[in-house]
Write a protein that binds this ligand. Structure first.
Ligand code: MN
Ligand code: MN
Length: 474
């Protein structure tokens, strides 16, 4: 008898001690207050609306510029002196936007930055895209970012972008999203005749030059000529946009999945959409900037382009556009830009790979992020022996940890898969290169880079909470 009671007591002591000593992230639903659920739902509805309507870096930049103006942000003027609470934005080449709220502390104490990207993997049109074969018209494409090419066939696609015409005027294109719009599609071989195709490896199943988009099939009427289907398409485009074939050369046209964001699951706990990577971080980072009131530090949200192809180019964070913005901020205040940068801290807000129970092999369970366990903080990304990343200091990770823990914000950590399983990078290293303290933080995603990615509403809200807490710190 006595022995058995002792065992019981020992067990509960062990349980209590485990709770005290072990690190065991829990499902958010089991640890948050009840009042978080309706807030997370409201936030998710706004996010879904945004995701259904704004899909490319240009559209998202225009959207947040308009939203910022509604909220009293004005275009940054480096000759002006700004007061705490003033709100400004700067747009870079219609593809990036920096949102700033001036804080009570001087700029010499640094900025609190959330940086996230608004480009997503997609199919760009080649410079000379239109051709006809067997009396069908197609666009040739060149994929942008890391995609599994076979996922992009036989799904509805929409066309977004701009065309610069010979006279220098610009036409905006957005076709395939509205009810009644035509859409576009990449065909695939029927299984009956795919015996040879099915011998290809998965990576080769659909080749880059097979990502040809069907755009029409009717010939121009009345005459005997070659390429009449192509001619008919060009005539339609000429009537609609006033363009000729040469104008494609000076265009940026992007094909993206025409899906709307939708709830997933009987419990409506998840959201599927195109481009959660990285709009699931961009949207919270912008919203936190909009909603923070009278911040102590000057807070900055960077929504950048070109992350998916390595951040190169003058709209990517591997250019100097952000550094120049900070120099301009400092100039009027008489503070060298590098002093502001060196005192700054940044959340590099980008998604992580959520554990998918169907594909556990490339993940290491103790160091993976899980759906609905909150926003994931990654000390480093990169590949192999921590190449091509910024490995945040323990001190800075500790600071962010305390900030989130003190406010009861649920978060987890994780690596991008097993050691040597693959890897990937974020904008963190480019901000670190400016001498900013930076750490990666973002929402776990299932089917990352697929045309239809999945996230959890609780994780989305936790991402927002983390951004807000970072901006609202004392
Ligand atoms: Mn990303
Ligand atoms: Mn990505």
């Amino acid at each position: 008898m006595i022995e058995s009671v002792n065992t019981m007591a020992e067990k509960s002591k062990a349980k209590a001690l485990k709770e005290e000593l072990f690190y065991a992230p829990k499902h958010m639903a089991t640890v948050v207050e009840e009042d978080l659920f309706p807030k997370a739902d409201v936030f998710a509805e706004g996010y879904k609306e945004f995701m259904s309507n704004y899909k490319t870096e240009r559209e998202i930049t225009a959207f947040f510029k308009a939203e910022a103006e509604k909220r009293g942000y004005t275009e940054f003027d480096k000759t002006k002196t700004y007061q705490p609470g003033d709100r400004v934005y700067r747009v870079n080449r219609n593809k990036c936007i920096i949102l700033t709220v001036f804080g009570k502390k001087p700029l010499s104490e640094g900025l609190r930055i959330a940086a996230s990207h608004i480009d997503s993997p997609r199919l760009d049109l080649k410079p000379n895209p239109l051709y006809e074969k067997d009396e069908l018209a197609f666009f040739k494409t060149h994929y942008y970012g890391g995609i599994k090419k076979y996922q992009w066939t036989t799904i509805p696609l929409s066309l977004h972008g701009v065309i610069v015409k010979g006279d220098g005027s610009v036409v905006t294109v957005n076709i395939g999203e509205d009810e009644g719009d035509p859409q576009f599609v990449i065909t695939d071989l029927l299984p009956h005749l795919a015996r040879e195709q099915e011998k290809r490896t998965l990576g080769d199943a659909i080749k880059g030059e097979e990502l040809n988009v069907l755009v029409g099939s009717l010939p121009f009427k009345g005459e005997e000529e070659s390429e009449l289907v192509k001619l008919n398409i060009l005539q339609i485009l000429n009537e609609k946009y006033g363009i000729v074939e040469k104008d494609f050369l000076t265009a940026e046209l992007e094909l993206v999945p025409a899906f709307k964001a939708r709830d997933i699951g009987f419990d409506c706990s998840l959201i599927a959409a195109y481009g959660h990577d990285d709009k699931v971080c961009s949207y919270p980072a912008a919203m936190a900037n909009f909603e923070v009131e009278a911040p102590e530090y000057t807070v900055v949200t960077i929504l950048t382009d070109k992350e998916e192809i390595g951040s190169d180019g003058n709209t990517g964070l591997n250019s100097s556009y952000f550094k120049y913005f900070v120099e301009d901020l400092g100039e009027n205040a008489g503070i060298p830009g590098h002093d502001i940068l060196s005192a700054s801290e940044c959340l590099s807000a980008d998604v992580t790979a959520g554990m998918d129970p169907t594909y556990p092999e490339p993940m290491e369970a103790n160091n993976a992020s899980y759906i609905s366990k909150g926003v994931c903080i990654c000390k480093y990304t990169g590949s192999r022996g921590k190449y091509s990343t910024s490995d945040a200091t323990a001190e800075f990770f500790g600071k962010v940890r305390k900030l989130l823990d003190d406010q009861g914000i649920v978060w987890q950590t994780g690596e991008l898969g097993k050691v040597d399983a693959g890897g990937g990078g974020t904008v963190a290293m480019y901000l670190a290169a400016l001498d900013i303290d930076v750490i990666d933080i973002g929402t776990p995603v299932l089917s990352m880079h697929a045309p239809y990615e999945v996230i959890s509403k609780l994780d989305l809200y936790s991402t927002y909470q983390a951004m807000y807490a970072f901006f609202d710190q004392k």
